[in-house]
Design a protein around this ligand. Structure first.
Ligand code: AMP
Ligand code: MG
Length: 407
């Protein structure tokens, strides 16, 4: 069996080779968190921009301290004070020092700072008991960053640390890739919104909130088009609305049941199919295609299958669209704590709890219940344990591949 099923790798390769980043936009730093830089950023100025003190203390000339001894201190008269944010233009006269605060610009003529605690102050004179090397406790202009050098490479994700570097360089905005617009539709005549009464045979819709949340966690923008009944013209109308987005997600109705109209509707709307049905359990009935500029995904309605499809393909695709280089599904390795077995020949993904051990390595424990509609198991899971096609069992203690959620 399984000859018409495409492997997860082949399916991902078909996506990855076609995925190109979305257009670039200029964003204020405050709104650029987690975005990817579209262009390298060159340093517009030196950091720090001027020589300044790394300590609270006394700014002086090192040469004047060279004769200092414990028993015979050198004395310098305090001729003023300079705080962070102020600037002293007049050069410091021989025989004098200036009281200086951390971050204050070094007054001209001085080259060294004596730490406040190391100098004894009496009657407006500071005593220095040892020779100081030039540059002690001084942060030199440009020692951190030189104007014109590469500040950040294109392709890096903006985090708190990098935003700090840009802000300190006086940059107010950056060129980043724009986030994807993702439209979302759930199909199924059985689906009811939480809070509404259930008629016999109906269930509450959960895929939309799951997908909306997973979409939000990628930093893309979700347009939720709600639930539509299994009725071809209603589905077609709603999908048409979806096709203006960068990605159109449709949950359910993509299998081979009598009322699974999604595939037909998409074909009639001119979608080019990239693949349909993957060699995965759960997650097999997954449709991926393109229609003009829009990526289209028909995800299986079974809640666990739907999540597997999202993690395998959508999450990494969105990262590629957002400009991340070489984005891949979030695989890791973990030590299996319990033996697992399978009968199906397909690659099998088991809901599992993941624990980080004290040495940083991961331990995976499959949930007691397994199945494409086991909501409790999904709620317990941090990841999926991947059981390869050619394995019918894996022993406790073996290293396995896991597919993780994005934290
Ligand atoms: P389908 O892919 O439409 O054949 O649906 C497969 C299974 O998933 C059925 O048992 C559906 O009732 C269930 N299902 C479909 N959509 C949802 C949804 N949005 N929330 C929860 N379960 C769903
Ligand atoms: Mg259905």
């Amino acid at each position: 069996m399984g000859t018409d099923l495409i492997s997860i790798e082949e399916a991902w390769a078909r996506i990855a080779t076609r995925a190109t980043p979305l257009p670039v936009e200029r964003m204020p730093l405050d709104e650029a968190l987690n975005r990817i830089l579209a262009e390298p950023v060159m340093a517009p100025m030196d950091l720090p921009p001027f020589d300044n003190s790394a300590m609270d203390g006394y700014a002086l000339r090192a040469v004047e301290t060279q004769q200092a001894q414990e028993a015979r201190p050198v004395t310098l008269t305090i001729a003023g004070e300079v705080a962070a944010g102020s600037w002293q233009d007049t050069a410091v006269a021989p025989g004098t020092a200036i009281k200086i605060m951390t971050g204050a610009a070094l007054p001209s003529g001085t080259d060294t700072v004596l730490q406040l605690e190391s100098g004894r102050l009496r009657d407006g004179v500071v005593e220095i008991r040892e020779p100081l090397p030039v540059g002690r406790h001084v942060r030199r202009r440009g020692e951190d960053v030189r104007r014109g050098q590469l500040l950040l490479e294109a392709g890096v994700r903006l985090n708190a640390q990098r935003l700090g570097l840009l802000a300190n360089s006086g940059l107010a905005d950056v060129h980043v890739y724009r986030p994807a617009r993702v439209s979302l539709l759930a199909t199924g005549s059985e689906l009811v919104r939480a809070g509404q009464p259930l008629a016999p045979g109906q269930i509450y819709d959960s895929n939309r909130i799951v997908l909306r949340t997973l979409i939000a966690q990628t930093g893309s923008i979700c347009e939720d088009l709600g639930v539509v009944a299994d009725e071809p013209s209603a589905i077609a109308a709603r999908i048409q609305q979806e096709l203006t987005a960068d990605l159109a997600l449709i949950s359910g109705g993509v299998s081979v049941g009598a009322h699974d109209y999604v595939k037909r509707v998409l074909r009639e709307l001119g979608m080019e199919t990239l693949f349909w049905r993957i060699n995965a359990k759960p997650g097999k009935p997954l449709l991926c295609g393109r229609r003009n500029q829009t990526w289209v995904f028909g995800l299986p309605g079974n809640p666990i299958s739907c999540v597997v499809g999202f993690l395998l393909f959508l999450e990494p695709l969105i990262r590629l669209l957002h400009g991340e280089r070489n984005a891949q599904p979030r695989y890791a390795t973990a030590r299996l704590t319990q033996p697992v077995s399978k009968k199906d020949e397909r690659r099998t993904l088991l809901t599992a709890r993941l624990v980080v051990r004290s040495d940083g390595s991961l331990e995976a424990t499959p949930t007691e219940q397994q199945g494409s509609a086991m909501m409790q198991a999904l709620a317990q899971a941090d990841a999926f344990v991947v059981v390869p096609e050619d394995r019918s069992s894996i022993d406790a203690g073996e290293t396995v591949q896991v597919l993780r959620f994005h934290e």
